[in-house]
Design a protein around this ligand. Sequence first.
Ligand SMILES: Cc1cc2nc3c(=O)[nH]c(=O)nc-3n(C[C@H](O)[C@H](O)[C@H](O)COP(=O)(O)OP(=O)(O)OC[C@H]3O[C@@H](n4cnc5c(N)ncnc54)[C@H](O)[C@@H]3O)c2cc1C
Length: 423
Amino acid sequence: MTEERNWAGNLRYRAAALQRPRSVEELQEMVAAASKVRALGSRHSFNDIADTSGTLISLEDIDAGGTGIVVNSDARTVTVTGGLRYGALGEELERRGFALHNFASLPHISVAGAIATATHGSGDSNGNLASAVVGLDVVEANGELRTYSRADAPDFAGMVVSLGALGIIARVTLEIQPTFLVRQDVFENLPWTRVLENFDAVTSSAYSVSLFTDWRGEAASLAWLKSRVTDSAPAAGRSDFFGGTPALQGRHPLPGVSAVNCTEQLGVPGPWSDRLAHFRMAFTPSSGDELQTEYLVPRGHAVGAIEVMRSMSKQISPLLLVSEIRTMAADDLWLSANYGRDGIGLHLTWKPEQGAVERLLPLLEEKLAAFDARPHWGKLFHAEAAALEPLYPRFTDFKAMAERVDPEHKFRNAFLDRKVFGV
Ligand SMILES: Cc1cc2nc3c(=O)[nH]c(=O)nc-3n(C[C@H](O)[C@H](O)[C@H](O)COP(=O)(O)OP(=O)(O)OC[C@H]3O[C@@H](n4cnc5c(N)ncnc54)[C@H](O)[C@@H]3O)c2cc1C
């Protein structure tokens, strides 16, 4: 047994061993030799999605330090090793004058691990991080390395949010764009009445908007706006934002926690790579001692779903550190929580009380079922395959593809059995 744990420390991987290939060729040999195998990213998922009863493989030692970052400026793409962290990629792209369209709240996560679970940032027009993927180099069950591209692989849209079920992604190619500047403005205490009456205006006020709340009381505690400096940014510099007032010092999403871990705010422009994530690479993201859950609902249900969450504050708030509400654009990726619909994310950062959180999740999911809520694949949730399948129009196609590329179930694990294949 390996002694390895996930980032949150709530899970000890069951895997018998953890291997660290130093090259893609070594990775291919390891996969070919294994009977059960999974890739491990930066371990930021809160459930057993990455685990296996066989061998875990970390890609961190392949092109360590980001030496393998290949920019194609004509095609506007970058190709990276799957294990590379977004923070390292962002720094290098910025140095070369390029940018990604978005980051998650933290830059610490690996590219392949993030796209495998449809990890997202925020912004009405921003698809999740997987929506930038245009190419994949995948080590398949027999150890063969195969290259797929969005331009010509017929089922490419099914391969990107893979939950690790289709093989080990050795390299990922992402769309890039010219670098841009972003400023962050934070507003405090926005009355819910104003936010809910003007929800579309609130979330379209900047390139990316996040609302933070503990669901108690009559106001959302923070609105965190990330505006591209070149855009007309009507919200930036305002003295009133839907009843909220500008924060006069940097704010951490968690009440009372120092903002030293956060990217610079107070309207100071800086490169996208230092602003699009909430948390700074060299610091602990979020609280560090926590669990997370998130449900993605169609944008049209935003107000109704927020009202339901507010009505459950008595059950939610005692277990909660903070919640974040974000928006995302629709995509066509089969297992993406934003497949076919613009969405909002209702995110919950919980106190590390897993038993109590897991007892509450079925009730929360029952209440949000009316809104076709899809859970984030990398966080804690209750629903299993039978409940998840109707939420994703291409679920059956995904299962068929996984069966086709992995007939011996080398990449299957307990998570996939419960949540996807229903065995
Ligand atoms: C503090 C914190 C903040 C977070 N903020 C956000 C946020 O803002 N938005 C959001 O959407 N999520 C967020 N998350 C969740 C996180 O982004 C996801 O859980 C993400 O999948 C973690 O990536 P990872 O590299 O740690 O992958 P892991 O958790 O290690 O693995 C996740 C999955 O990816 C697979 N995988 C990893 N590498 C490969 C590979 N090379 N080939 C094939 N499959 C692979 C694994 O097998 C597993 O199935 C947050 C998590 C934490 C801890």
